[in-house]
Design a protein around this ligand. Structure first.
Ligand code: FES
Length: 133
C-alpha cells in the first residue's frame, strides 16, 4: 500500500543527535504510514523523500531510485529492503546500501527523531553508504 502526502509548511525544531545539534524537519505523523509501508513526502524545493516504517521504527530516505526515476514508496518492503517497482533493484532501508542489481549507487538516508507521534529528520545530515566517511 502506498500513501502520499504533500506538506506545504515544514515544522522545524532543534534536537541533539549524537551530541550535535541539527535542525530537524517535520516529515509526517507516525500514524500516516502503516508498518511495512512507505509514504512519499514532498516538502517542496527538494526531491521527494520516503518515510518508511518497519514495525515501530521509522526511516527517512530519498524516494527516487538511483537507477531511474521510480518512486521507491511504490515498491515492496521485504526483510528490511525496499524494492524498486521499475526493475526490482533493492536498497537496505537502514543504510541505503544497494542490495540488488541493477542499482549500483546507494540511497541517501537521514537521521530520524520521533517525538510523541511526529517524525522529524535531519535533512542537512543525510549520509550515503557509497561516500567514504
Ligand atoms: Fe529503480 Fe531501475 S529505476 S531499479
Amino acid at each position: 500500500m502506498r500513501l502520499e502526502t504533500t506538506l506545504s509548511e515544514n515544522q522545524e525544531s532543534f534536537v541533539s543527535i549524537a551530541s550535535v545539534t541539527q535542525p530537524m524537519t517535520f516529515i509526517a505523523r507516525t500514524t500516516d504510514v502503516e508498518p511495512g509501508c512507505a509514504l512519499q513526502v514532498n516538502l517542496g524545493g527538494r526531491p521527494p523523500l520516503a518515510l518508511v516504517r518497519l514495525d515501530n521504527e521509522f526511516f527517512v530516505i530519498n524516494d527516487t531510485c538511483t537507477h531511474g526515476e521510480a518512486s521507491l514508496s511504490d515498491g515492496e518492503i521485504v526483510n528490511g529492503d525496499i524494492e524498486c517497482p521499475f526493475h526490482s533493484g533493492c536498497f537496505d532501508i537502514r543504510t541505503g546500501a544497494v542490495t540488488a542489481f541493477p542499482c549500483a549507487k546507494a540511497l541517501t538516508v537521514y537521521p530520524v527523531k520521533v517525538e510523541d507521534d511526529q517524525v522529524f529528520a535531519a535533512l542537512d545530515a543525510g549520509t550515503c553508504a557509497d561516500t567514504p566517511v
